[in-house]
Design a protein around this ligand. Structure first.
Ligand SMILES: [Zn+2]
Ligand SMILES: [Zn+2]
Length: 278
């Protein structure tokens, strides 16, 4: 698997070692990453020619709409069942709900597909209904579904690399799929890169300003920090009450892939949420 190669797993091990607070989240994510050993998802024939993207891009349209992303649902669905199967045998408190989810998906072969599509559509009602059917926390179901989609999305990102010319893209949402960022990073050269919460695409955005509502006024923008931790900030916007976790690459020898940095900084989400940001 391209994404879950040795380097990726090594980053997970390094973060677990260097940042003890991230242990629980990363250990279980590492287990899931090791389950992603099926053949590459097949996307090839499905990539549409978007010859007019250059034009649409100027109007702020991402290449794909989330619900139109060409993902391999069959392979994502197989992976999702594999996650349920694995996790129900652990000592997690929700293992019975995960067993239920596995049974549900075996009985109704479209169940996983419906879940994956609800996630792409950001259909919260459908997600909540499905979570309730198996008594699982909707945020767990969302996380597992997104993780199951990841190999497809990584393959898509690789295929799109040459076409994702970032010039003239200065929006706070993803140029590939239109989703919002869940993490940001200052590079060694001081550029701000945003990381897409769904497909993992990264793109450069203005150093100052809120990517969610485009607020640029200094007095509306601020940040929170964890006291004992250098190199991390949570940028907050008073205008829209959103926050963005940010790692400063200049403070670290090495920055892990940002989806891992995002998982390794769940304590920063708590700090932001305790301060009333969402
Ligand atoms: Zn994206
Ligand atoms: Zn804002």
């Amino acid at each position: 698997m391209m994404a879950m190669n040795g380097d990726y797993l090594k980053h997970i091990d390094r973060l677990i070692e260097q940042r003890p607070a991230s242990r629980p989240a990363l250990i279980s994510y590492g287990d899931l990453a090791r389950l992603m050993v099926q053949p590459e998802p097949t996307l090839g024939a499905k990539i549409p020619e978007q010859a007019n993207w250059e034009f649409r891009k100027k109007e702020g349209f991402p290449f794909f709409a989330r619900e139109g992303l060409p993902v391999d649902f069959a392979s994502a669905s197989t992976l999702l069942s594999r996650f349920f199967e694995y996790l129900r045998k652990t000592d997690r408190e929700d293992r019975e709900a995960l067993s239920k989810a596995l049974k549900r998906s075996e009985k109704d072969l479209q169940w996983n597909d419906r879940l994956l599509k609800a996630i792409l559509k950001q259909d919260e009602t459908a997600l909540n209904v499905m979570a309730a059917e198996v008594a699982l926390d909707p945020s767990v179901l969302l996380f597992l579904g997104k993780t199951a989609l990841r190999p497809s999305l990584i393959a898509l990102r690789h295929m799109m690399e040459s076409r994702m010319d970032e010039k003239k893209w200065d929006n706070g949402y993803c140029p590939l799929c239109g989703s919002q960022p869940d993490m940001a990073c200052f590079t060694k050269k001081g550029k701000r890169r945003l990381h897409c919460e769904l497909c993992g695409q990264e793109w450069t955005f203005a150093r100052i300003g809120c990517p969610f509502c485009n607020e640029r006024a200094q007095e509306s923008l601020g940040y929170l920090e964890a006291e004992t931790e250098e190199g991390f900030r949570v940028y907050c916007c008073q205008s829209c009450q959103r926050y963005l976790k940010t790692i400063d690459g200049r403070a670290f020898e090495e920055v892990a892939p940002l989806d891992l940095e995002c998982l390794a900084t769940l304590h920063l989400d708590l700090i932001a949420q305790n301060n009333g940001f969402k």
